[in-house]
Design a protein around this ligand. Sequence first.
Ligand SMILES: N[C@@H](CCC(=O)N[C@@H](CS)C(=O)NCC(=O)O)C(=O)O
Length: 233
Amino acid sequence: MGREHGAGSLHERPDGETIPTPMFVLYTASLSSNGRKVVALAKHLGLEPRIIDVNVYGGEGRTPEFLAINPAGKVPTLVDGDFTLWESNAILSYISEAYGGFELSSTDPQTRADIARWLFWESAHWQPTLAAVLGPHAGHIMVPGLVPQPKGEPDWNAAALRPLLAMLEGHLGRRDHLAGGSLSIADFAVAAMTIYFRRLGFPFDDYPALSRWYTRVHALPAWREINVEPWVS
Ligand SMILES: N[C@@H](CCC(=O)N[C@@H](CS)C(=O)NCC(=O)O)C(=O)O
């Protein structure tokens, strides 16, 4: 399973405290939207997890070795000592709270709930809807031998997707970030699926506020650092 990279010695947290370099492990795949959001957060916080690439697109998620770590066989998966966690948005919360001094999250219950709202919305609505619309196209680009070429272009006007895009456009028309008045893990969560937008021809001009937010998040050094073909933003 996978290649490893990452490590270090001392780490200065955003609150100024110096702690031993975090050595939690992230099993991930560089082409995975869910994997990229957690790696981007770790990089944004200046953390150096041990990163182990699992080529889930080539079947590495289904090996007995990986299924023993995550019975769902999916990336990302975090292992921190004897604690194992999967579901990317739960991982975002954990990294931010356990290693980031609540940077990009919040200790204020209402702000934290506002952020949680977007994490749940991403899992329940945004990601499944985009996966249904974009999945065949993204899948064919990533594993053309397994996923046949879909007919036509992605339907950005699909009945299930249009209201979600309209809601986001309205929300971001009134603020720069999704929750709490500043950049948060909510932005990282929701931006993850937008790694496909450039390559799959998202109509940026039709959604100016969403496009400005997309540009803001993807311009962050941590996101730029993990930009990878074919999902270059
Ligand atoms: N809801 C999960 C979805 C994880 C997921 O579907 N990961 C994909 C890569 S983006 C994967 O590992 N797919 C391999 C498989 O399902 O076998 C999360 O947010 O972490």
